[in-house]
Design a protein around this ligand. Structure first.
Ligand code: GN1
Ligand code: MG
Length: 366
């Protein structure tokens, strides 16, 4: 995959899509670790997103785009029928001039185009935004519970399979490809110590005790879009929408929302777990989903936050040990810092765990 610094002629890429009007602005946006994202404006003020999809990670682009077309149409259709204040948009796929939902260029890059959802960046987190975010994830899962048309493609097999993630991690430790094992001794130990405990959801899942639903699977809080009134209006980054458990969506949203530092922060004294935001998000989430969730799911919500944080520590450290072959990095220690950050966050969650469980197990109904 060519790095983003290798500049693309986005105007030429855009010419392949059904974009009316002349392009007046293009710029790189987004903080994703996998795809490359560009914003486009036109002289008719119609705004678009163009993305280069990382086909080394998403190996079945046609299947992926079929999923996305189905999911975005369904979410937008459901949204039309919802009362104002309860609607949620997904970006619409813009077709190519050949009426396909992606385009492959001569160098083998895969591109797609979306309509842009105007929104406001969240500059200051608040209880209201956290709660709105929880409602949005809940509404999204609710809407997907009646997605017509059969099973979605599995865009990344075993995406949240902790057993497989740990196998890959243990292999990375054994092979020590990048010669970085010694540097990571403390983090490797922290991961090994928690293996047995954190495999609990995987084990319940393997024997069919966790409901399989259609879920987002990458619910970083910044994948929820807000308007100027701080209402959640959209959900983006739909590449991993497929069969999964609501627990992964809940845990991943909390992992990113309640960290008092960014995921990349290397000063671990800044990393803490914000219980107030956790409470707000959980209330919002359960107000939308308590009718849909089974007892086993509610019971494991707090645990899922530890799990998702642990999975990310495992994945970042595996990539560090392998020499940074998966996540985009800005420095050689980037993945190391991310892993250490997630381990610190996990320790904070462990300290607040009783409080977290008392919040999730109250089963709020409004
Ligand atoms: C990746 O690219 P981005 O930031 O949307 C990753 C997620 C991780 C996240 C960690 C397909 O998502 O699973 O949670 O980084 N996506 C994929 O920041 O691996
Ligand atoms: Mg993503």
């Amino acid at each position: 995959m060519a790095p983003l610094s290798l500049s693309f002629d986005i105007q030429s890429v855009a010419a392949n899509f059904l974009i009316s009007g002349k392009i007046s602005e293009t710029r790189v946006i987004g903080e994703g670790h996998i795809n490359d994202t560009f914003y486009l404006n036109t002289d008719s003020a119609e705004e678009f997103i163009i993305q280069r999809i990382n086909h080394h990670i998403f190996k079945d682009i046609a299947g992926l785009m079929e999923n996305i077309s189905r999911v975005t149409s369904h979410i937008n259709q459901t949204s039309i029928n919802n009362p104002p204040g309860n609607s949620l948009k997904a970006p619409m796929v813009v077709l190519t001039r050949e009426e396909r939902n992606f385009f492959k260029d001569q160098s083998g890059n895969y591109w797609r185009c979306y309509s842009y959802i105007p929104h406001q960046p969240v500059n200051r987190m608040s209880i209201e935004i956290a709660s709105e975010g929880g409602r949005a994830i809940g509404r999204f899962q609710n809407a997907l519970s009646c997605l017509p048309g059969g099973a979605l493609h599995e865009t990344i097999p075993d995406f949240h399979n902790l057993r497989k993630r740990l196998d890959a991690f243990n292999m990375a430790v054994r092979t020590n490809k990048a010669g970085r094992l010694q540097l990571s001794a403390n983090q490797v130990k922290a991961i090994a110590e928690r293996e047995e405990e954190l495999l609990k959801i995987h084990e319940l899942e393997s024997v069919g005790l966790i409901p399989v639903r259609v879920t987002h699977n990458d619910t970083k809080f910044n994948n929820i879009l807000f308007d100027k009134n701080q209402s959640a209006i959209g959900i983006v980054d739909l590449d991993t929408v497929m069969n999964g458990s609501v627990l992964y969506d809940f845990g991943d949203a909390i992992r990113t929302l309640c960290n008092t530092a960014t995921e990349d922060e290397s000063d671990l004294s800044k990393v803490n777990f914000d219980v107030v935001l956790f409470d707000a998000f959980t209330r919002g989430y359960l107000s939308e989903t308590s009718g849909m969730l089974q007892a086993v799911e509610i019971d494991l919500l707090a645990f899922s936050c530890k799990l998702l944080t642990y999975i990310m520590a495992v994945r970042f450290l595996t990539d560090f040990l392998n020499g940074d072959i998966y996540f985009k990095v800005k420095s050689p220690m980037h993945n190391f810092h991310r892993a250490a950050n997630q381990i610190r966050l996990l320790e904070c969650m462990e300290m607040s765990f009783e409080t977290m469980e008392s919040v999730t197990r109250k089963r709020f109904c409004c």
